[in-house]
Design a protein around this ligand. Structure first.
Ligand code: 6R9
Length: 660
């Protein structure tokens, strides 16, 4: 890691906030930022309590901010009551926001439709009433497997309105992944669509649900609601499956929300960890919503006239916080996009920014990298060909952004006028944690700069002691914060072990990222320190992919590592030992292809290994541990300079070096 740290710490370019920005920003200048930090430092719980009173509307006020009596199972604003959907919709009724556009939806084929806050409220109420009429109530779990659509947002908001805990499964995940999540969450309801449309192609969704049911054990589910996106031909099982239109038919446009305690779980979102099984990250209602609303104001400086566009999918946490909840809680107008950045051409994003006069644009480094390539190779679709003068702020999320991609984004998209907020956060943190504030921080390409006020981020060594500036270490958060993960659904012990491990005496939240601070106190994120890969901004556990591979009848053993990749950040490389003798080159190609598709079916297309190598064995220590460090070097094509004296079977390395 140290070579990496050295190279980024040499980044000397500095971009101060534009003058006009500072005076109008929600946090206007370094003095205000420091004053907020000092307020939090003085009274951490009191600071968050003040913000929770100012930014949320409570049905019943809370009397206590933080309950840390059962740490690390922290509770925030525990005796207060509210409803998250009420805070996103009803609070705007009777205000000028009521008739404002909430969502500008652009379909894959370019068709645009708009929904005002009043209309969105009506649609959420009708759907919630329909679910209520079917007997669904507070505390039940719903799997949402939906395309990017207004209905996807409506489904999530309707669940929140009734206190039903949603668990959105990304539309790219396989039937097997849905099956696992239905069972782990004990879901009673599934909300899906016939098909999704991306890049001009129809991709089936409902058939994946049927396939999941066919695997057995999904008896907890009482209803599957199917939204008709394309009218594609899908099987409907009488009694169990019901059309969306049927659910809302005849329902009232008013729906009394279920008032819930602040700590009532709002959602579960599965994410990859160090072991084979994805973790159901559980979030609470009030604390989560507070951070969603607050960071819209602090980080994105959202103003009534802004047009906000977050390009994430609602299947990831970014889509939860910065599509379904944050923008609505702030009464903002946002763009929701069904399709992909390169269809029908590589200028789609820039064309849409121009068409909808987007002023705040939030995307991922992987999308930027692919558009750099596309724009350079097809000059007609380069961002400079479009009118991007509506933009005033850019954002990045999901993985470290390399300084070259940052400069391209800053120059070609932001035209050197727009600050870039490089927001570091995680599924577990609920909202931004370390990020520039556009009216405060001078930017350094590749650095997420400084923690938000009230976020006690630090870098420590393995004993939990702060490291000196300029040195690398573990990124931790030393104090609880309102939008933090509450537990892993059904597995509190795994929560404690994963995030508050005994190594740090259980004191600090361990993020799982390596990081360093430079002499100015800026944070630089170096990537995961655990067995989690970041492929195109998506988290994938190496163990998860290994389990998928070994479940194939041909495979005896598998080890998966990451390799740096220009386009996807990291690429998946799998080392596989087959049960049969080592295959011929020809056969190896075919089996590698079959195994790729197998992983696609087991987890989802994003997890398919880019490179599969076969060997008679894997490099192991005499005690039988796979030497992953070595495999990482082999995957990168590096000379092996590590000590191999503990290696049981050194000859194996030569076999594994041969790519297929
Ligand atoms: C929001 C989200 C979390 C992991 C995180 C880190 C990486 C996210 C980043 C970043 C550097 C940034 N990550 N944002 N690394 N700079 N601005 O992506 O959540 O899918 O849970 O991933 O992504 O490694 O630990 P999630």
């Amino acid at each position: 890691m140290s070579a990496q740290i050295e190279s980024v710490l040499q980044e000397g370019r500095l971009f101060p906030p534009p003058k006009g920005f500072v005076s109008k920003a929600a946090i206007a200048g370094m003095d205000q930022y420091q004053a907020l930090c000092a307020e939090a430092e003085k009274d951490h719980a009191g600071f968050w309590a003040r913000l929770a009173r100012e930014h949320l509307v409570w049905h019943k006020p809370f009397s206590r901010a933080l309950d840390d009596s059962n740490a690390p199972f922290f509770k925030w604003f525990d005796d207060g009551e509210l409803n998250v959907s009420w805070n996103c919709l009803d609070r705007h009724l009777g205000t000028p926001v009521e008739n404002k556009t909430a969502i500008v939806f652009e379909a894959d084929d370019g068709k645009v439709s708009k929904v005002t806050y009043r209309e969105l409220h009506e649609r959420v109420c009708r759907f919630a009433n329909g679910l209520r009429a079917l007997g669904f109530q507070k505390g039940e779990r719903a799997i949402v497997y939906m395309p990017m659509s207004v209905e996807g947002v409506v489904a999530m908001q309707a669940c929140a309105r009734l206190g039903i805990i949603h668990s959105v499964v990304f539309g790219g995940f396989s039937a097997k992944s849905i099956h696992e999540r239905i069972i782990d969450a004990g879901a009673t309801l599934v909300i899906t669509a016939d098909e999704q449309v991306r890049g001009g192609k129809h991709i089936p969704l409902k058939p994946a649900i049927d396939e999941a049911f066919a695997m057995g054990g999904c008896d907890s589910v009482r209803k599957v609601v199917v939204y008709r996106r394309t009218g594609g031909d899908v099987a409907m099982q009488p009694g169990r499956d019901m059309a969306w239109d049927e659910v809302v038919a005849g329902q009232s446009a008013q729906c009394e929300p279920a008032w819930v305690g602040a700590e009532h779980p709002l959602f579960i979102l599965y994410t990859s960890g160090s072991t084979g099984k994805p973790k159901g990250v559980q979030h609470a209602s009030a604390g989560y919503l507070l951070m969603a609303a607050l960071t819209m104001k602090w980080t994105f400086d959202i103003k009534p006239e802004d047009i906000f566009w977050c390009t994430a999918d609602i299947g990831w946490v970014t889509g939860h916080t910065y599509i379904t909840y944050g923008p609505l809680a702030c009464g903002a107008t946002q763009v929701v996009f069904e399709g992909v950045p390169t269809f029908p051409h590589a200028g789609r994003f820039w064309e849409m920014i121009d068409r909808h006069k987007v002023s705040i644009f939030y995307t991922a480094p992987t999308a930027i990298r692919s558009l750099v390539k596309a724009g350079e190779s097809s000059p007609d679709h380069h961002p400079r060909k479009y009118d991007l003068s509506s933009l005033r702020l850019l954002g990045s999320v999901g993985e470290p952004i390399n300084p070259e991609a940052w400069m391209w984004y800053y120059t070609n998209v932001g035209r050197e006028r727009c600050p870039i907020v490089d927001t570091w956060w995680q599924t577990e943190t609920g909202g931004h944690m370390i990020t520039p504030l556009p009216g405060v921080h001078a930017l350094k390409p590749g650095s997420c700069t400084m923690p938000l006020p009230g976020v006690a981020a630090a870098i420590v060594d393995e004993t939990g002691t702060d490291v000196e500036k300029g040195k690398g270490g573990f990124l931790v958060i030393k104090k609880p914060w309102p939008s933090m993960i509450r537990t892993i659904w059904g597995d509190p012990e795994r929560f404690r072990k994963s995030y508050y491990p005994d190594d740090f005496k259980g004191r600090y939240y361990l993020a799982g990222d390596g990081a360093s601070r430079d002499l100015d106190g800026y944070f630089w994120i170096m990537g995961r320190i655990d067995d989690v890969l970041n492929v195109s901004g998506h988290r994938l556990g190496t163990m998860e992919i290994e389990s998928a591979l070994v479940s194939n009848p041909l495979v005896a053993e598998a080890a998966v590592v990451g390799r740096p990749d220009d386009m996807t950040g990291e690429a998946v490389v799998a080392f596989v030992v087959l049960k049969q003798a080592r295959p011929s080159a020809e056969e190896a190609k075919r089996i590698a292809n079959d195994l790729r598709n197998w992983v696609g079916k087991e987890i989802g297309a994003i997890a398919k290994p880019k490179d599969i190598r076969f060997g008679e064995n894997l490099p192991k220590t005499r005690s039988g541990k796979i030497m992953r460090r070595l495999l990482r070097s082999v995957a990168k094509g590096e000379e092996i300079t590590q000590d191999v004296s503990t290696l049981e079977n050194p000859a194996i390395l030569d076999q594994l070096k041969q790519a297929n």
